[in-house]
Design a protein. Structure first.
Length: 202
């Protein structure tokens, strides 16, 4: 099990704060215990488990979470995924492709459970040369979207491209030319880099 560097930093800062606080007030033991608990959660939240992406020709889920919506129009498949506080928040590439743009947008911090309103929140948006898009959004608690890639990078399915600090939402748009069959539906739970969203039949 690996952990993001940000997780170590937050854990150290959190524990140091409680240690200092315990020296100023009573209940030292309780504050130290609380500091250990919260700093351990900070580190655990930023865990980054290894995922085996061996589904050749498939589109894989970019995040862990529960699928809240699957919609199709003439050209695009749109899938919305809600990430709970206990989900792994690493963002991964869905397929073998190249990143053509990385942009930030939005300004809100609405609860991520609100499907339409939460998409007005701060966002990090990835576009790829196969026509696919991945957008991740902050929620009421999530206030930081970490980009770990660059425009022009070539990525394969399952490669890490970013990280979301705390619960949030991911919306993906897949060009219908890239998929012949969608394997997921509303209510399904998916894992980044391993759960197959759909396939392109040869």
């Amino acid at each position: 099990m690996e952990f993001k560097k940000r997780g170590y930093k937050l854990a150290i800062v959190t524990f140091s704060f409680f240690i200092m606080l315990s020296g100023l007030v009573n209940y030292k033991k309780a504050l130290v215990t609380l500091g250990v608990f919260i700093s351990s959660f900070m580190l655990w939240f930023h865990r980054n488990p290894n995922r085996e992406a061996d589904q050749s020709g498939s589109h894989l889920s970019p995040v862990d979470g529960k699928i809240q919506e699957v919609n199709e129009d003439d050209d695009t498949i749109r899938i919305s995924i809600y990430l709970g506080l206990t989900d792994v928040h690493t963002v991964r590439s869905m397929s073998d492709t190249q990143i053509t743009s990385i942009e930030r947008g939005g300004s809100g911090n609405y609860p991520a459970l609100l499907k339409n309103i939460s998409e007005k929140n701060n966002s990090l948006n990835y576009s790829f040369n196969n026509g696919d898009e991945i957008s991740v959004f902050t929620g009421f608690l999530a206030r930081r979207l970490v980009n770990e890639s660059n425009t022009g990078d070539y990525v394969v399915a399952g490669d890490e491209i970013g990280f979301i600090s705390f619960g949030s939402r991911c919306v993906i748009h897949i060009d219908k030319c890239n998929l012949d069959e969608v394997y997921v539906s509303e209510g399904d739970y998916v894992k980044s880099g391993s759960s197959v969203i759909g396939v392109k039949k040869e």
